[in-house]
Design a protein around this ligand. Sequence first.
Ligand code: GLU
Length: 311
Amino acid sequence: MDSHALGQRLDRIVKQVRELDDGDRHPIEVNRGVDPELTALALVDVGGEQVSAGDADFAFPIQSMSKAFAYGLAIDTVGLDEVFRHVDVEPSGDAFNRISLAEGDRPDNPMINAGALTVHALLPGGNCTERFQAVHELLSHMAGRELSVNEELFEEELASADRNLGIAHLLKALGVLDADPHDVVEGYTRQCAIEATTVDFARMAATLAHDGVVPGTDERSLTSRAARQVLSVMMTCGMYDDAGEWVTAVGLPGKSGISGGIIAAVPGTCGIAAYSPRLDQHGSSVRGIRALELLSGGLGLHLLRPGLAQL
Ligand code: GLU
């Protein structure tokens, strides 16, 4: 890739989206105390080369972006069939914390909280500490460094996790969840508090784009099958009740988190991450979505554009 030209493009986009000052339309206040002007964009190609712009070295919590990676790890732990037996792959069109259950009482997909809690319980280990360690290890491996955890955020979110606890108890009562609901919510909440930079998140997304192999290395962190499954579900369900608009505008598998991060993957090419804490009504970053739209449009990354297939 032409890193210089790409760097300039990213700089231009960050400058442009910094002018957007709307947002804060989401009722959740998890980003309290964070500078709302922070804005970053990063791209890592499958060879491991990286380009970034803005506040790309600022670390922030992974939140729901973790759901995509935990899903891949669960698939590699218990197998796709077993995961599918617990969680469906249908877009619910609902907000992240709605209790959306498909036929057979399975959560609709792994990107809403009901599905993510169920998936967390399928990670390797018999308790929340071990399950957390497994997902933390996976994410650190992809990022190429040991990631930290925002313990303060973890404590705060756990203390007010009534809704997730309610969902977990219902899933247990329905027989979808085998593990202890409190233990699962604790592990899941800590999973959401893992912190990384926009560049780290672009590397994680690039690992998905690179078929599960960490960019710039020969090290596989997810199987090819798991990586493909994760990207497929990100494409249809990654942006909650905004998934349709996202796919039409950006045309890439993506996943947002309530901290203001968004990851997107261009299969076989690169991973992209954007960050800015101002949120829209769906809980996604206003500037982040716009940055991804501009980058996808400018580089012709929309996967459904004509001319992709060379038969
Ligand atoms: N920790 C949040 C929750 O599960 C994550 C939500 C999100 O990032 O969308 O409630």
